[in-house]
Design a protein around this ligand. Sequence first.
Ligand code: TYR
Length: 287
Amino acid sequence: MNALGKIVLIGVGLIGGSLMLDLKRRRQVGTVVGIDINADNLARALERRVIDEAHTEITADNIAQADLVVLATPVATLPSLCRLLLPHLPPHTVVSDVGSTKQSALAAFAQYLPQHFPRCVAAHPIAGSDRSGALAAQFGLYQGKKLIVCPHERQDAGSLHLVENVWRSVGAEIHTMDAAEHDAIFAAVSHFPHLLAFSYVHQMLDHPQGARYLDFAGSGFRDFTRIAGSHPKMWQDILLANRDSLLAMIDAQQAQLDRLRHFLQQEDAQRLGDYLAQASGLRADWE
Ligand code: TYR
């Protein structure tokens, strides 16, 4: 891939920051301009050389000559960021995002950057952790990880290839799918498990003896609740953006809990054992 002259990263956190660290190390980019509302976070990003320039606002100067703008903020901020970008965006600049919901990203691009829509590429790296912010950015995060792209009906092929090549250059494996299918898949394998982890932690918060009980929690609690430590605003936005799929998943989970309740009420050891064995088998095969 040809090195890009300038990338503007809006939202300098774990995901965008890790991408920039690898692009810089591999000399795939000349200058990285970071834009973030948190000045402390920007200072840390500069110190760690995640970015070369830091700004707290989107201006014509900051965006000038950008080959690529990467939006890496919570998904509900895309409409307002696109509106701020619109007057300053050079015609050749490719715009992409990294968010966990892709129908909402495409809707924001189509509505708020209508002229620029062909150059907007919806992308989602399947990597990260419960950590956030520029301090959490790390080298090698995307090596061997999946990058989902969701091309749209007005997609410019050159812009799509540019974004795919950026991610390929940091070790990601590109998968292409429709945005609706993307959102259904990630509701099931990512968004709903996060929702459940948050909900279980609330059960402990509401429990009168919860604080004492947590003193004795071990690795099961740690594994099940790790993702409940994730960035709240990021997950607020994801859960709302994918609410239809999640409402269906909540109903499906309720049915699973009802089955378990029934096994316990009936003291049905046989069916309970089979149920656990099937789940344990699927988990072992997946790993
Ligand atoms: N939260 C996940 C974890 O901690 C990482 C992740 C989050 C990956 C959101 C993708 C995504 O869209 O393992």
